[in-house]
Write a protein that binds this ligand. Sequence first.
Ligand SMILES: [Mg+2]
Length: 115
Amino acid sequence: MTQEFHEANRLTPEGEQKVALVDIDETICFYSGKRRYDLSEPNHENIAKINKLYYLGWKIIYWTARGSVSGKDYRDHTLEQLHSWGCEFHELKTGSEKPHFDLVIDDKAKRIEEL
Ligand SMILES: [Mg+2]
């Protein structure tokens, strides 16, 4: 059977909603001691950078590996944190939706400091 191919866009075409996948820990919140999710402290300067993208029309998807190693469900707690920190977003993906990793190599990656 012959597979058919189409020409794919690298980025969302002009005029359509762009999508940003945004990490949570060590991106919009940090730890001053124990690295336990309930002890994470928001960084409002970084949250404001993401909120700015949201208000510019980007689709914001927070994407965290919280729970992917432990198997614990941190979704509700994380949602509460995001809301209480004033984060504007469209979706939250947690647990197995993002595996644990030590390095991301991606042509579209930026550190929060670069925004
Ligand atoms: Mg992180």
